[in-house]
Design a protein around this ligand. Sequence first.
Ligand SMILES: *[C@@H]1O[C@H](CO)[C@@H](O)[C@H](O)[C@H]1NC(C)=O
Ligand SMILES: *[C@@H]1O[C@H](CO)[C@@H](O)[C@H](O)[C@H]1NC(C)=O
Ligand SMILES: *[C@@H]1O[C@H](CO)[C@@H](O)[C@H](O)[C@H]1NC(C)=O
Ligand SMILES: *[C@@H]1O[C@H](CO)[C@@H](O)[C@H](O)[C@H]1NC(C)=O
Length: 631
Amino acid sequence: MGASVRWSWFTALLCLLCMGCEVQCDCTEEGVHIQGGHYTLSKKLEKGSQLVYRCPEGYYPYPHLRHLCQPGGKWEPTPRRHQKCRLVECPDPNVLQNGNVSPPLQKYFVTNETTYECHAGYTLRGSSSRTCLPNGKWSGSTPICSRDFGDTCADPGIPAGCSRTGNTFGIGDKVKYTCNGNLFLVGSSERVCQENGQWTGQEPACYYKHTYDTATEVSEAFGSAIKHTLNILQPTDDMQEGRIIRMSTNGTLNIYIAVDISHSISTENLQRARDGVITLIEKISSFMVSPNYEIIFFSSNVYEIVNILDFIDGNITLASIINNLKKLDTTDKATGSNLNLAFRTMKERMVMIKHRVGAEAFKEHRHVLVCFTDGSYNMGGNPMPTVDRIKNLVYMDHTDTSKEEYLDIYIFGIGVETSDENLQSLTTGTRGRHYFRIKDASILSSTFEEIIDDSEVSGLCGLYKDYETTGDKISKRKRYPWVAFVSVTDAQRQSFLRCFGSLVSPHFVLTAAHCFHLGNILPEHVTVEIEDGHGSGVKKVKTFTLHPEFNVKAKVSQGVDEFYDYDVALVQLQEAVNISTVARPICIPCTQETSDALKLSGLSTCAQQEELLLKNHCERLSFLTKMDTLV
Ligand SMILES: *[C@@H]1O[C@H](CO)[C@@H](O)[C@H](O)[C@H]1NC(C)=O
Ligand SMILES: *[C@@H]1O[C@H](CO)[C@@H](O)[C@H](O)[C@H]1NC(C)=O
Ligand SMILES: *[C@@H]1O[C@H](CO)[C@@H](O)[C@H](O)[C@H]1NC(C)=O
Ligand SMILES: *[C@@H]1O[C@H](CO)[C@@H](O)[C@H](O)[C@H]1NC(C)=O
């Protein structure tokens, strides 16, 4: 202790002496080492630099995760001499009622395995064995030993590390959860048994400060919630003989994204958070919903990337936002973190929207706030009163119980050290978890990439995965999911022609008319091959239509032996192709789907599409062969 105390006195003195002169008061590496791990510095030893401790998998830095270099050359919080990497611990599983946990240990560490057995007369639901994982959680699901007493709701169990009050499970019965020791609760602390036999809310979990959600957990929980919101607003498509009748839906979705860029979030994390935002927006745009976006980055100030009012005015494209995000310079000088200001900004935008569209229309607006922060807000005060004002504003015009559907506040705590409870209390919304605790921002992009699985968004054209570059069949299909092979044999089954085609809807394939010139072709002479992952992929054909003006011999008299204008044909399949990541329609010009795919916001015209797609005289084309990928 003595040495480091003396050293910091010395630095402080040096700083005092230097006040007014140009000498920088840097932090020092004295006394910041960690046993069993290492640390990284975001800006060397300059003020505002962040020192982050790193430990091997299965370990976490203790007692501190990081330090911030203060203007006076002092690390905050003050480094401890016994900083080390500790083995990850999982919450105590010995909370099981009516059963046994083995082995019975004082503490359970990463890789420890446990098994669960119920007393006679009780049956086990959930996992019968669980392993303590490196993120501080048990694998599988909460084991529950229950006996059927004819209750309306099933025994909701007791998650590891938890205590529960409430032991009857009839309609209206309540159970309450608290976490033991220094654990804190994530999820519903109270659940009520409903008439339909379901508990309200979601199962809570007890987290240590070193417990994190994995990418899979986040994408499942956040993904299902956000998908629900998008689906509410997604126009329903009525398929009739391949024609899509779009029903208009009433309602507007406003998405507000706030990203903490104070130096309390490291530069590398910040870029990842930004990439995560880009992925999120791109994913949402694959739904036929065109939300309005407000995107801000904040530290002690707010930096507005896009103003939602410009979006509502329709003079901003999604593509331009993504460009702005990519260009964003993230070397911010300010070091404070004003979370309240971020919420106030979002609230002000809402007030302006309401003013702009009127109270009646504002009722139909849904608001989704997504905030990325490490929770170390140190200025601007507690954001809670602002969140309450946001709730008042949104709920004001709703008298029914569904009002909470109109506002979701999600918070992604990134490497949060101290304020989980505070951050969690800012979240709101009905469906699923709204607070996520992630180790660092590196998982955000892949998390958001996974949350909306393309196979679920079936109405979309032109979606493909260009990053799929392994040579196998599936990966090739993911890159060119609309490719079809059309085979035509003549009536005598002597000649045979194969053409490429493109899927344009689940029932139709567009191909070349000359593929049918063998003569006397009937639908049963035609097959279409699309490897959609079900069976052989060979589809039967219901009918086909050639362009009425297609005629190879049309210009023979003018010396043109073969004339290939109007060389198009449409093939109708007997059964719809299963739309998925490996089989998806290509976009047809001048359709709304194409506008969506091009990220032209709202209703766009043919001319806008043309301008975007054919802006150059030369366009790069890719050609596909049946033999291999592309030439
Ligand atoms: C629990 O895990 C710790 C650390 O991996 C290990 O040292 C200990 O032997 C394990 N205990 C049991 C009973 O498996
Ligand atoms: C949307 O709702 C408003 C008010 O509820 C109604 O006046 C309007 O006609 C609706 N628009 C559509 C397209 O359904
Ligand atoms: C949107 O419109 C406003 C007012 O007409 C204008 O000031 C602003 O620059 C426009 N934004 C874009 C991106 O065109
Ligand atoms: C389409 O996919 C579903 C679910 O994967 C499957 O049950 C169904 O049989 C598939 N249909 C065809 C025509 O392959």
